[in-house]
Write a protein that binds this ligand. Structure first.
Ligand code: ADP
Ligand code: MG
Length: 242
């Protein structure tokens, strides 16, 4: 069953057409990696899926919701579709636990006691059970990003979107974040992730999708796509990143 179904989505910023008829699916339990050059439309695609950007035509269904720009519908959508960005933006004046409890409390009306339980469980899943009462500044960048993932998990999403979540981290800190995502994959979490980590995409994603100039240029099982890129554009991207 498709958790995310994108059909013929067109998205323009003024005269600039950024998504030129994108269609793709993410099935239950699948991990799909979205790769491509900077500016190819990857972030815009993710932002359209959880309604952070409107699009001009086409349709998106995610976690049982039709994506449309209606505040009540967007709230319901975002409960089920988690998104984690490169910048983790934790509140510095709140503890790790309080940061994670905030969304369930405010957007779902979860009681403080229940939010506490959700937050502790989420922290456990990212391997930071002992950091509940600590302030973000006490943590490394990698740990802060794991807290941001826990914050999203505490909403109990049906699908998670990741937009280059390791790109702002020093190389020695990316591994711990990728391991958390790998563990979520093992637990069966459905995920769509934009990444520059090609080894990670190849080894963890079931499907890899290559975007180029606002279109899906190539897509398929990761092992095949990386072993046998069909187009000169993907061949060039894989050999030198452009
Ligand atoms: P990627 O994530 O693949 O690097 P983006 O989706 O961020 O690509 O951007 C795709 C294109 O859309 C780029 O040309 C970018 O400059 C443009 N773009 C992104 N956001 C905006 C915006 N808010 N206003 C105008 N242009 C934008
Ligand atoms: Mg981007």
């Amino acid at each position: 069953m498709s958790v995310v179904a994108i059909d013929q989505v067109h998205k323009r910023y003024g005269a600039l057409e950024v998504l030129k008829g994108v269609s793709m699916r993410v099935e239950t339990g699948q991990v799909v990696a979205l790769i491509g050059r900077s500016g190819s439309g990857k972030s815009t695609m993710l932002r359209c899926i959880n309604g952070l950007e409107a699009f001009q035509s086409g349709s998106i269904h995610a976690a049982g919701h039709q994506v449309e720009q209606d505040q009540a519908k967007l709230r319901a959508l975002r409960k089920d579709v988690g998104i984690v960005f490169q910048s983790y933006n934790l509140f510095p004046h709140l503890t790790v636990g309080e940061n994670i409890m905030l969304s369930p409390r405010i957007t779902q009306g979860v009681s403080k006691a229940d939010a506490d339980i959700l937050a502790r469980k989420a922290l456990e899943r990212v391997g930071l059970a002992d950091k509940f009462a600590v302030y973000p500044e006490m943590l490394s960048g990698g740990q802060q990003q794991r807290v941001a993932i826990a914050r999203s998990l505490a909403m109990r999403p049906k699908v998670m979107l990741f937009d280059e979540v390791t790109s702002a981290l020093d190389p020695e800190l990316t591994g711990e974040v990728l391991l958390v995502i790998e563990e979520l994959a093992r637990e069966g979490m459905t995920m769509l992730l934009v990444t520059h980590e090609m080894n990670f995409a190849r080894s963890v994603a079931n499907i890899t999708v290559f975007m180029h100039q606002g279109k899906i240029w190539e897509a398929g099982p990761s092992a095949e796509l990386f072993a046998n890129p069909q187009t000169p554009e993907l061949q060039a991207f894989l050999s030198n990143g452009v």
